[in-house]
Write a protein that binds this ligand. Structure first.
Ligand SMILES: [Fe+2]
Length: 158
């Protein structure tokens, strides 16, 4: 017989989902710090435009980091909060003192693509166990970031 969690989901698969959400949390956390660095260190004639754009993005990521962590708790597991673990786990790597706006935009674009792949995988697994809460969170993030990929690509003329 299947063991169920407090919210009535398959316990084993909720554990797998929580592990993947912790992986996602690590990636968001590294990206968040990268984007804070872009906001601070950017230089050049696009400074005012990109300084604001990066602030908008890190605030967006900050909200998602909290939502992901609290989804892990809702599934009955513990969100990882250690920066040292994030760096070991994350597929998105730390960047250092980036002053070039275009490099920062390229890095953000690559990071969105990483997040989209991970979130699509999570969405598939969440759908398998009718975990509507995780599914709707993932589909909201996917839709929003697909649009951002379009906009960042348009900015970079790619
Ligand atoms: Fe600021």
């Amino acid at each position: 017989m299947k063991t169920l969690t407090k919210i009535g989901l398959d316990a084993k698969k909720s554990t797998v989902l929580s592990e993947l959400l912790n992986d996602l949390l690590a990636n968001y956390s590294v990206l968040y710090q990268n984007v804070r660095g872009y906001h601070w260190n950017i230089k050049g004639d696009r400074f005012f435009e990109l300084h604001l754009k990066f602030e908008e993005l890190y605030n967006n990521l900050f909200l998602k980091i909290d939502e992901i962590a609290e989804r892990i708790l809702t599934l009955g597991h513990v969100p990882n909060h250690k920066a040292s673990d994030y760096l070991k786990i994350s597929a998105i790597h730390e960047t250092h003192e980036v002053a070039d706006g275009l490099f920062a935009m390229e890095n953000i674009l690559f990071s969105f693509q990483e997040l989209l792949n991970k979130q699509r995988h999570l969405l598939d697994l969440a759908d398998e166990i009718s975990d509507e809460g995780t599914s709707s969170l993932m589909s909201d993030y996917i839709r929003e970031q697909e649009k951002m990929v379009w906009m960042y690509s348009a900015y970079l003329d790619k």
